[in-house]
Design a binder for this molecule. Structure first.
Ligand SMILES: Nc1ncnc2c1ncn2[C@@H]1O[C@H](COP(=O)(O)OP(=O)(O)OP(=O)(O)O)[C@@H](O)[C@H]1O
Ligand SMILES: [Mg+2]
Length: 307
């Protein structure tokens, strides 16, 4: 089933821990060069799935192909970066030493490391702390160095299990920029996070998993092109201008100066604005509304059944 188009393909991947079924039958296709969000409630099997894709946990059943080879081969592991959920490392090492050690384990040469280590430390904003021991690092600083170790060897896929949970808003923005830069150089990013606001603006595509199975998938790039609700604040909208909106809108609700319009596509918004302005209306605000990912998540997952 391996195909060059996909960085990761799984079929019926399953993991049981004794009587607990952690992953029931995961079937996934992750295209190369995308930022892929892996979403689901606590205990859904996300971390276990990631560990199976890395070869750290042996599946009870099913197949997983990563970069064209069965998950977990030594060669594939070298081309993968991983930031675990709970990043802990030898805390007597300094930030630079940790990255050099990790790079060497991935087969990097000394000269390449001398160039690359300061570069990734800079990328995660830790240059002033490069020679400090990890023991003294704060939670967010550890998460940053964890991200740096996942990227030091310029992997083809990077798995990030909750990369921003301990980060301040500037750190989160930094991670977002770093992930986009990874995608731009052709890497695949596999991201698991409960921070759906982050996911929404970072990911190209997401899947939702529940009890170890994919229950829904969403292409976030298409979402903005689909039917959109737009809130418009405008003075002097004449009745005929309002009636004319029907050309572009499937629903029009007017409440004083506030219009709520539903259009088939976001691409129609400029035409709507042009129509309003040319009919003499004064337009103050045009705000497209989308169902936030969080709402979608709750709708798909239903009520919290408890763990
Ligand atoms: N090593 C283990 N031994 C026994 N059970 C485990 C083990 N690892 C995970 N599980 C169980 O497997 C299920 C899935 O756990 P997993 O850590 O994959 O969930 P998750 O989706 O990552 O959740 P969270 O969002 O809370 O991180 C849970 O019921 C958990 O208790
Ligand atoms: Mg987890």
């Amino acid at each position: 089933m391996a195909s060059d188009q996909f960085a990761i393909e799984t079929r019926g991947l399953r993991k049981e821990f004794g009587r607990t079924v952690a992953v029931k039958g995961l079937s996934l296709q992750v295209p190369r060069g995308e930022i892929f969000g892996f979403l689901g409630p606590n205990g859904a099997g996300k971390s276990t799935s990631i560990k199976m894709l890395l070869g750290l946990v042996r599946p009870t059943g099913g197949d997983a192909i990563v970069l064209g080879a069965p998950a977990g081969t030594v060669d594939t592991r070298r081309r993968i970066g991983f930031l675990p959920e709970d990043f802990r490392f030898y805390d007597w090492l300094t930030a630079s030493e940790l990255l050099a050690l990790h790079g060497r384990l991935c087969g990097m040469e000394h000269a390449a490391l001398r160039r690359r280590v300061p570069e990734v430390i800079e990328m995660v904003g830790l240059t002033p702390h490069a020679d400090r021991r990890l023991r003294g690092f704060s939670k967010g600083m550890l998460q940053r160095i964890g991200l740096a170790q996942a990227l030091v060897h310029e992997p083809d896929i990077v798995f990030l299990d909750e990369p921003t949970s301990g980060l301040d808003p500037i750190g989160r923005r930094m991670v977002r920029d770093i992930l986009r830069a990874q995608r731009d150089r052709g890497a695949t990013v596999f991201l698991n996070s409960h921070l759906l606001g982050e996911i929404e603006i970072t990911c190209d595509r997401v899947v939702f998993i529940k009890e170890g199975e994919v229950v829904a998938a969403e292409d976030l790039r298409n979402r903005s092109r689909d039917e959109t609700r737009v809130l418009v604040a405008a003075h002097n909208v004449s009745p005929s201008a309002l009636a004319g909106l029907e050309r572009w809108c499937t629903a029009v609700v007017a409440d004083g100066d506030q219009l709520s319009l539903t259009t088939r596509s976001k691409e129609l918004v400029p035409e709507i604005v042009r129509h309003l302005v040319s009919s003499g209306a004064e337009v103050y605000e045009v705000v497209p509304q989308r169902e936030p990912l969080e709402e979608l998540f709750v709708r798909i997952m239903g009520k919290d059944p408890g763990l």
